[in-house]
Design a protein around this ligand. Structure first.
Ligand code: AMP
Ligand code: ZN
Ligand code: ZN
Length: 416
């Protein structure tokens, strides 16, 4: 009698142990579709993306941080910090202490941890014993706080979508101890088409169809593995896209004396001016007088407070910011835009005010952690770091998110 009771207990215990070993602990797959404007969800067909939204949870929109560029926003998503705090204040950054310039295509700087402040989710994960894998993510190629994801890739925009998806599926096939619980997947095709042809183009429609097909392949692969309802998918974009007709250009270098500047970092949507000693006011005065109403010059000290874009030496003393749809250019490129106008071509841009409708991004959550079937109000992408920490059971590093925000999207049982 006692003997059979012992057997019963042993069986019960081993069942419990085997359940604990085989149960899939919560994981997060962060998918970023660069430049996928919130309005594209209504504008274009995308069966797989919409299926995720319908079965899961979506936000009315997700607000990017200023400036609405790729690197600042991707890094805010994974750190919960505003750019002034995480240090990636633009796609092009000058740091006077390093006397160096960071650009997306300068691999030696992008891979150098000195630029990347704060703590991205994969560092939080790895340092708390959770493996991370990134199939491309800004920052993942640098050893931030001396930590890289267990699995990561050098950025190569030529890798096919299917190869990216298949690698993520292979990571999920790894045996328990090696399997990552945080994974990322990144696509740039929609942003690339939006820049070259404008947001309302057949090319953007085709790029969305391509990315949607890749997501369909991913979902089929998850289903085959019995993981479709087990992995928590967060589908996001970094910012939207505004049409920039070629007539809407401002030849900014004609409007101030460029010799008064030590350095000017040019992009169409935000120009950062580092004046020579004693020249700040004269450049500011020249530009205040001569800029058309579609662009504004700001002293760093009087930028709109809601941008939270001030307390960092990498932010230039003077910034010029145009209205969405307008482009700041140097005279030497003017002919290119005249030619485009003559040919009836258009294009697209982002980087503008993060309150602009055109710049709003997407958020879709799908999986066991999310309250299914709801649409939540717009929120800032700085909330996502706390959300990922909650799902993964990690203690978050200090960040700008509201620690209570994840409760609005998660089942009450998720996380600690
Ligand atoms: P943007 O200039 O803000 O439109 O940046 C978008 C571009 O950033 C994409 O077309 C990519 O080629 C590039 N990009 C995205 N991720 C990375 C990365 N991890 N490393 C280098 N370049 C990247
Ligand atoms: Zn982007
Ligand atoms: Zn872009």
């Amino acid at each position: 009698m006692i003997f059979s009771r012992i057997i019963q207990l042993v069986l019960h215990f081993s069942l419990l142990v085997s359940f604990a070993v085989t149960a899939q602990p919560d994981s997060v797959l962060l998918i970023s579709i660069d430049g996928f404007a919130n309005r594209y969800l209504q504008q274009y067909p995308a069966a797989n993306i919409k299926k995720l939204a319908q079965e899961g949870l979506r936000a009315q929109s997700m607000q990017p941080v200023f400036p609405t560029k790729t690197f600042p926003n991707h890094y805010s998503i994974v750190t919960g910090l505003y750019p002034a705090k995480h240090g990636i204040v633009e796609n092009n950054i000058f740091d006077a202490d390093f006397d160096a310039i960071f650009r997306l295509n300068k691999a030696e700087e992008v891979t150098n941890a000195r630029w990347w402040h704060g703590e991205p989710i994969w560092v939080t994960a790895e340092s708390q014993g959770v493996k991370a894998a990134t199939y491309f993510y800004p920052g993942s190629e640098a050893a931030i706080k001396n930590v890289r994801p267990s699995y990561w890739q050098r950025y190569d925009g030529n890798v096919s979508h299917n190869d990216r998806v298949d690698s993520v599926l292979q990571w999920l096939d790894l045996p328990g101890a090696e399997r990552p619980r945080f994974l990322s997947l990144y696509f740039s095709a929609v942003d690339d088409a939006g820049h070259t042809y404008g947001p309302d183009s057949a090319e953007v429609a085709a790029a969305i169809a391509d990315v949607d097909q890749a997501i369909g392949r991913l979902l089929a692969g998850l289903s085959q593995r019995g993981l479709y309802r087990k992995v928590n998918i967060m589908l996001v974009s970094d910012h939207g896209m505004a049409e920039t007709p070629p007539q809407q250009v401002i030849e900014l270098d004609q409007l101030f004396n460029s010799r008064d500047a030590l350095l000017t970092l040019w992009t169409a949507e935000i120009v950062s001016i580092f004046p020579r000693e004693g020249k700040l006011d004269s450049i500011y005065q020249q530009l205040s007088r001569s800029l058309p109403p579609q662009a504004k010059v700001y002293k760093k000290t009087s930028l709109p407070a809601r941008w939270r874009y001030r307390d960092n030496n990498r932010i230039a003393p003077l910034l010029v910011v145009p209205q969405p749809g307008w482009r700041l250019i140097q005279q030497k490129t003017a002919a290119k835009y005249q030619q485009m106008a003559a040919e009836g071509k258009t294009s697209g841009s982002h980087g503008y005010d993060n309150q602009s409708d055109y710049m709003q991004a997407i958020f879709i959550g799908h999986g066991p952690a999310f309250k299914a079937g709801s649409t939540i109000p717009a929120f800032s992408n700085t909330e996502l770091y706390n959300l990922m920490c909650r799902i993964l059971g990690l203690t978050p590093a200090a960040n700008d998110g509201n620690p209570a925000w994840p409760d609005t999207v998660l089942h009450s049982t998720t996380g600690s």
